[in-house]
Design a protein around this ligand. Structure first.
Ligand code: ADP
Ligand code: MG
Length: 240
């Protein structure tokens, strides 16, 4: 579903992604970890073309992301993204935050969009907050709204960039639980997170990045118990 083939990316002279080869199949959950600045966010952002690759090829669902003929809006509609900071519209209610894109981009009627929004709010456990404003919600609730907003576009792929790292510890679990449910339902997910419990429970693979390269790819048990790469070992010893 997502294939990086010899992808490189530069910011000016600085090479942020180096020889990336990575294949993610439908229904797979891939967790990306690595030190700050190793290129994790950039890798994720290339998938929905928030960043452009410098060379190599990247295809999503058979569509070449870098190709000028590619309809980027169509590509993005199929990819939900959840960020560390939730980026909800502060002056819109929870429901309005979720209905906006389906109405604008998918042409759904207000009624249909609201029904969809309620469905996903229920799924993430906060249907009772539909008429609230983001500022009236906790961080964990806001992040669940952001996930519901992503899901309302009915994407085939969900990207998560450190979705719990801005949350107070007591709210991390509620967000991870929603993500675990999605994973079990077969969503294709690429998740940048250092939450080992989550990774061990639902990840099919761990991808370890360092200085723009994928240094190691392994199943979670293997990676956490016996990382092959010295740098992965060092990194794990620091975060665990
Ligand atoms: P990570 O998510 O692993 O912390 P990023 O992908 O955000 O890493 O960044 C990787 C490197 O690229 C960092 O050194 C960062 O400073 C640099 N970088 C990120 N975005 C830009 C940009 N727009 N312009 C120049 N350098 C950038
Ligand atoms: Mg990042």
């Amino acid at each position: 579903m997502i294939v990086f083939n010899q992808v490189n990316k530069f910011y000016g002279d600085f090479q942020v992604l180096k020889d990336i080869n990575l294949t993610i199949n439908q229904g797979e959950v891939v967790v990306v970890i690595g030190p700050s600045g190793s290129g994790k966010s950039t890798l994720l952002r290339c998938i929905n073309h928030l960043e452009t690759i410098s060379d190599g090829t990247l295809t999503v669902n058979g569509i070449s992301v870098g190709d000028k003929k590619t309809d980027i809006n169509k590509l993005r509609r199929n990819i939900g993204m959840v960020f560390q900071h939730f980026y909800l519209y502060p002056h819109k209610t929870v429901l309005e935050n979720i209905t906006l894109a389906p109405m604008k981009a998918l042409g759904q009627s207000e009624k249909e969009a609201k029904e969809t929004a309620r469905h996903y709010l229920e799924k993430v456990g906060i249907l009772d907050k539909a008429e609230s404003y983001p500022s009236q919600l906790s961080g964990g609730q806001q992040q669940r709204v952001a996930i519901a907003r992503g899901l309302a576009m009915k994407p085939e792929i969900m990207l998560f960039d450190e979705p719990t790292s801005a949350l107070d510890p007591e709210m991390i679990g509620e967000v991870l639980d929603v993500m675990k449910t999605l994973a079990r339902e077969g969503m294709t997910m690429v998740v940048v997170t250092h939450e080992m419990g989550f990774a061990r429970e639902v990840a099919d693979r761990i991808v370890f990045m360092d200085a723009g390269r994928i240094l190691e790819e392994a199943v979670p048990a293997e990676f956490y118990e016996n990382p092959r790469e010295e740098r992965a070992r060092l990194f794990l010893s620091r975060i665990l």
